[in-house]
Ligand binder design. Sequence first.
Ligand code: ZN
Length: 139
Amino acid sequence: MRLDQMEPIVKRFYEGLEENKFYGRRCKECGAIEFPPHLACNACGYHETEWCEVSGHGRLIDFMVPGPQNDKPYLREVGKYAYGAVELDEGPQYTYVIFGISKKSAPQIRARLMAHETVGVHARVIDRPSYKELCFELD
Ligand SMILES: [Zn+2]
């Protein structure tokens, strides 16, 4: 595929966020889903993927409460948050901002993860000055 024939996949992803829809790419060879979307499959390396919609629901795998060096005031205005790894119901894993976790509640959430309890999360799209940002929030 030539570069000028490639679809601007980032555009479709952000257009989806405007409508609270979450677009990923499904591998035509192995069925793995890439979310956020990539043009090629990271699971098997196949080059052909197609658009699919994902639920925006998943589970928290791990998290880290921000410290002074990586705290973002615009996120704190929305609510207490952490940075966390999420596995979507459809399989793909990625790191996002997770609302609903504070320094105070962190030990309790950590204990649930250590006990192999499912800590559910869902997508929460927040407004930025010129675009939408995909974050997650505890169920
Ligand atoms: Zn694949």
